[in-house]
Design a protein. Structure first.
Length: 137
């Protein structure tokens, strides 16, 4: 991961958020490695493969004919939040969630001992996440 081969990537410059492998250099596509089955997609790194697909999907799509179901509520809510943020930016408003203290949700994957109460474990280890160390595995 330190070499940019996992979920983390190398950036163009220190402090930059632009990955070295980007759309301008075709995400570092290596067709030889792809043909030799060393890289399935030809793009090195999980993150680079992921964002190359996201960025290369083309223009924004018209979702007017889309038929979302109740199970798609998260999609609807995410789109609404993004739309409201964009409209706020157009009015000069600061986008939401820039303040880390407002982000109280943290993902966690743990293996608990049999019989342990996961709710109690979460209360002890995940509450007040801003005051606890962050670990990446």
């Amino acid at each position: 991961m330190e070499e940019g081969m996992g979920i983390h990537v190398k950036y163009e410059a220190p402090g930059s958020f632009r990955p070295k492998a980007n759309k301008d250099n075709n995400y570092g596509m290596d067709r030889v490695a792809q043909k030799e089955k060393r890289l399935f997609s030809g793009i090195a790194g999980i993150a680079a493969q992921d964002y190359s697909l996201q960025e290369s999907m083309g223009p924004i799509q018209n979702h007017e004919a889309e038929r979302l179901l109740p199970t798609d509520k998260a999609i609807v809510m995410a789109r609404r939040i993004l739309h409201e943020a964009v409209m706020g930016l157009a009015k000069g408003e600061e986008p939401p969630a820039l303040d880390a203290s407002a982000q109280r949700v943290r993902a966690a994957g743990v293996l608990l001992e049999r019989g342990a109460n996961p709710v109690e474990w979460a209360k002890d280890h995940l509450e007040n996440g801003l005051n606890q160390k962050v670990f990446t595995i």
